[in-house]
Design a protein around this ligand. Structure first.
Ligand SMILES: Nc1nc2c(ncn2[C@@H]2O[C@H](COP(=O)(O)OP(=O)(O)OP(=O)(O)O)[C@@H](O)[C@H]2O)c(=O)[nH]1
Ligand SMILES: [Mg+2]
Length: 381
């Protein structure tokens, strides 16, 4: 993890700001913001909440709340205000001027976590592209003060000070360059996939809400050692491993980046190459944290993103993970056509892994059966 703490020997300290506009999932979204802030490595020293009908044009919150926030930042010696919302560039500017502190919105926070986690060349390019896209709307006169700050955009770090000093034209040039590089990498991935397809290898992608347990399941299935942690967006880079299933032979399985509510569109777009892995899979394992009260909402959110990236047609099996936390038993449930629709497992204890293998074997037999049918039709004519 990159460590660019502003405070010598300490963490960046933050106050969270969250406004209830009457959404049904308000409490969960605030809970998620806390988790995001912790995942970014922030020391959260307080939370300010409010209720409004709509955002204030100038400060997002009312001016009274904004003053309250300023006092709280000063009183707790915090240097960052994190909003549980997306701010317009001018709201962010007005707030920074008033608060004399850094202001980060939800998208900025997510981008910061991504920038801390990106390890592969491709992952870094994708995060940089998303950050520049987010920044480009904000790069206007009056933001030059950021150049003097360490880091700059996001909580800290960001694409680096050199980029921040670039004017819009240079920024546009860099965006174009990144897009070209990523397109090349996407092309390479496509070639690798086609080679695998020719060898008739079944391809599985693990998708799901962040922190559902995708990497833990991946490790359990492949005995790989992928970073799994109680953090949002622990995994950024798509990792692909082979596994051997007696009934199917070689199976290629990919662990992918987690999804989250209101995933910034710039990120979905920038991560096109890695998310493509899900689009091209023969089968998706949609991993769900069964113990999370918001699981149904999370399932809907994941399906929304899958649709956005064009993966809604790929056959999906819902893996209800973490059953050890709710005292459930491993089980398989089928849809009206007799196909496996859901599997209850625990990636941590390993319960239910044989059911996953069974699902792989059934899917393999079925898709080969279909191919066989088509073949015999051809033969007859
Ligand atoms: N009790 C229990 N904990 C689990 C289980 N599966 C995963 N976890 C824990 O849940 C947390 C998240 O697991 P990960 O595997 O990192 O989740 P992920 O879906 O890959 O998350 P991101 O990469 O952040 O999107 C970790 O602390 C795991 O140890 C399970 O079956 N039971
Ligand atoms: Mg992961």
């Amino acid at each position: 993890m990159k460590s660019l703490f502003d405070r010598p020997g300490g963490f960046d300290a933050a106050i969270l700001v969250s406004v209830d506009f009457g959404e049904f999932d308000y409490e969960e979204s605030l809970q998620e913001l806390r988790h995001l802030a912790a995942s970014a490595g922030l020391d959260v020293r307080g939370t300010i909440e409010g209720k409004r009908a709509k955002p204030d044009a100038k400060y997002f919150v009312g001016s009274g709340k904004a003053e309250e926030l300023k006092a709280m930042l000063d009183g707790s010696e915090s240097n960052i205000a994190v909003f549980n919302h997306d701010l317009s560039p001018s709201q962010q500017r007005n707030l920074e001027k008033l608060l004399e502190a850094r202001v980060v919105d939800r998208t900025g926070l997510i981008l910061d976590i991504f920038s801390q986690r990106a390890k592969s060349h491709e992952g870094k390019l994708q995060v940089e592209l998303a950050q520049l896209e987010h920044l480009s709307t904000r790069l206007v006169k009056g933001w030059t003060h950021l150049e003097r700050q360490k880091g700059g955009i996001g909580v800290r770090g960001g694409p680096g000070e050199t980029q921040l000093e670039l004017d819009r034209r240079l920024l546009g040039k860099r965006v174009k360059q990144l897009r070209e590089k990523l397109a090349k990498l996407k092309n390479q991935r496509g070639m690798q996939r086609r080679a695998r397809r020719r060898s008739n290898v079944m391809m599985i992608s693990l998708v799901g809400y962040t922190n559902a347990g995708k990497s833990t399941l991946f490790n359990r299935l492949t005995k790989a050692k992928i970073y799994a942690a109680d953090q949002l967006f622990a995994t950024l880079d798509t990792t692909t491993h082979k596994m051997w299933v007696p009934e199917c032979g070689q199976v290629v399985i990919s662990d992918t980046v987690g999804f989250i509510k209101h995933l910034p569109h710039s990120l979905v777009e920038a991560f096109g190459a890695t998310l493509d892995e899900a689009v091209q899979a023969d089968l998706l394992f949609h991993v769900v944290d069964t113990a999370n009260p918001a699981r149904d909402d999370q399932i809907r959110e994941v399906n929304k993103v899958l649709k956005e990236i064009g993966a809604e047609e790929v056959h999906q099996i819902v893996i209800y993970n973490q059953i050890d936390r709710v005292g459930l038993q491993p089980a398989i449930a089928r849809d009206e056509y007799g196909k496996i629709a859901t599997i209850h497992v625990s990636a941590k204890t390993g319960e239910g892994m044989e059911l996953i293998r069974q699902a792989l074997a059934e899917h393999y037999a079925e898709s080969n059966h279909q191919q066989g049918d088509a073949g015999s039709d051809n033969y007859q004519y």
